[in-house]
Write a protein that binds this ligand. Structure first.
Ligand SMILES: CSC[C@H]1O[C@H](OP(=O)(O)O)[C@H](O)[C@@H]1O
Ligand SMILES: Nc1ncnc2[nH]cnc12
Length: 293
């Protein structure tokens, strides 16, 4: 793995969502296939830098949008980013709005989640290695704030703080569901941030989610989301997303200081050393490298 990127100590893993399949503007960009003991990631990563900031880019649905939300191997994606030495993860997503004031075209720095997904593998840990990390604050406030600032500097309208309802999909929600999610206090909706955010925390990676509002989902009378709405807004927004990443590289503090999330596994693993499953321990070589070193 290349270690010559990210002289500042920042190496940002960028997970590109619908409409964002490439990261133009990376210096010394190189595509690398990285394998994971958790199976195939969404595809090869692109490693590069902007000035002293390292970036590792991975399109969540694969090139050409091959992989549906329920089939994304989020464990392999996060494991591969960890293997590439990323320090922080910025997820970018197309989202539906559950609030009138979050208009299509605007950006949202998400800070909470309600998880309604099912049947997705949502932890790195298992029998023989039991761990419970805190997910009370699932988003890294430092990274999220920096990203929101960068998006604003790039010219976006940015809403700070929102609850993302992670639905299973791949169908969009019914009108009744969409209205119920509003009553629950959800502000935006998508299909992919869970279990991604959970797994990032288990991997001790500070995680932020920049959502791009593409539609009003289905809660408004006489209106409902279609893929065409999402694609239209995302094609208008792709340039703004790239400009945000360039701004972020400029705006990051020149040296990364430690985050409390860097040590999220301290005290979280409950299984006694002697009872630990060595096979699972080996698969967790990247995720648990710090605590088992
Ligand atoms: C084409 S709309 C549905 C699709 O877009 C979002 O994906 P991502 O978060 O990767 O941008 C949404 O969650 C669905 O997967
Ligand atoms: N309305 C919506 N529901 C779920 N995922 C989305 N991604 C973009 N818009 C969405």
């Amino acid at each position: 793995m290349r270690t010559d990127v990210g002289a500042s100590g920042w190496r940002i893993g960028v997970i590109g969502g619908s409409g964002l399949y490439e990261f133009d503007g990376l210096e010394d960009a190189q595509e690398i296939a990285v394998s994971s003991p958790f199976g195939a990631p969404s595809g090869p990563v692109t490693v590069g830098r902007i000035g002293g900031v390292g970036f590792v880019f991975l399109p969540r649905h694969g090139k050409g949008h091959r992989i549906p939300p329920h089939a994304i191997n989020a464990r392999a994606n996060i494991d591969v980013l960890k293997r590439c030495g990323v320090t922080d993860v910025l997820a970018i997503s197309a989202i539906g709005s559950l609030r009138e004031e979050f208009e299509p075209g605007s950006f949202v720095a998400v800070d909470q989640f309600i998880d309604r997904t099912h049947g997705r593998v949502d932890t790195f840990f298992d029998e023989g290695m039991v761990a419970h990390v805190s997910l009370a604050d699932p988003v890294c406030a430092r990274l999220s704030g920096l990203v929101a600032d960068a998006a604003q500097m790039a010219g976006a309208t940015v809403h700070r703080g929102a609850c993302y309802l992670a639905m299973q999909g791949p169908q969009f929600s019914t009108r009744a569901e969409s209205r119920m999610y509003r009553q629950w206090g959800a502000d935006v909706i998508g299909m992919t941030a869970m279990p991604e955010a959970r797994l990032a925390r288990e991997a001790e990676l500070p995680y932020a989610l920049l959502g791009m509002v593409t539609d009003y989902d289905s809660w408004r009378e006489g209106d409902h989301v279609e893929v065409a709405d999402v694609l239209r807004v995302m094609s208008n927004n792709a340039a703004l997303a790239r400009a945000t990443l360039l701004q972020l590289a400029e705006a990051l503090p020149p040296e990364r200081t430690a985050s409390p999330i860097d040590t999220a596994l301290d005290g979280a693993i409950m299984t006694a050393q002697a009872q630990r499953d060595s096979g699972l321990g080996a698969r967790l070589d990247a995720i648990c490298r710090r605590v088992s070193a």
